[in-house]
Design a protein around this ligand. Structure first.
Ligand code: IDP
Ligand code: MG
Length: 179
């Protein structure tokens, strides 16, 4: 039972039990922001609207949006943590091969829930109902990006957007999404 308990707790609170900094639900911020991008394959395959609609319909608030054909140098910084991986060069080439739709979405638990909505890195391991689980097959063509922590989100948002490109606004739906 003691072995099961952390998992049960983590599922109920939607927190990863290993993360000591995981906030208690009542302390979570409705203004948490995450960087989400539709990769070049998602753009070519006309999935931009579909991916945006998932976040919009869920209740997350769009605070920044642009289409950008990123340079390899820009992408090398974006993926700096993966620079020693064997797939790094191919990843940068793929990401620079066409336009990307870069976005910032805001709301309660936006970073972790955004990742859940995207699905696993390997689409074959992604559940149906997730974006990758519904629309792609291979890890190297997994159509979307989402920040993996609040710290990465802040770094990625600053890397892709100037501060005046982030729009602070209050949605009319706000009181119908949050109690
Ligand atoms: P994530 O996008 O789910 O956060 P990361 O491990 O951060 O996954 O990897 C970044 C991206 O690098 C992946 O989304 C995928 O496009 C690519 N990638 C990761 N692992 C592989 C691989 O083994 N082969 C090819 N591409 C990979
Ligand atoms: Mg990642």
């Amino acid at each position: 039972f003691s072995l099961l308990l952390p998992r049960v707790l983590s599922e109920e609170s939607h927190c990863v039990s290993e993360k000591a900094d995981c906030p208690a639900p009542h302390k979570m911020s409705t203004t948490e922001r995450t960087f989400i991008a539709v990769k070049p394959d998602g753009v070519h395959r006309a999935l931009v609207g579909e991916i945006m609609a998932r976040f919009e319909k869920r209740g997350y608030k769009l605070v920044a949006l642009k289409m950008v054909h990123a340079t390899e140098d820009h992408l090398k910084v974006h993926y700096q943590d993966l620079k020693d991986k064997p797939f790094f060069a191919g990843l940068v080439t793929y990401m620079a091969s066409g336009p990307i739709v870069a976005m910032v979405w805001e709301g309660l638990d936006a970073v972790k829930t955004g990742r859940v909505m995207l699905g696993a890195t390997n689409p074959l391991a992604s559940n149906p109902g997730t974006i990758r689980g519904d629309y792609c097959i291979q890890t190297g063509r997994n159509i979307c990006h989402g920040s993996d922590s609040v710290e990465s989100a802040n770094r990625e948002i600053a890397h892709w957007f100037k501060s005046d490109e982030l729009v602070n606004w209050t949605s009319a739906a706000q009181p119908w999404i949050y109690e």
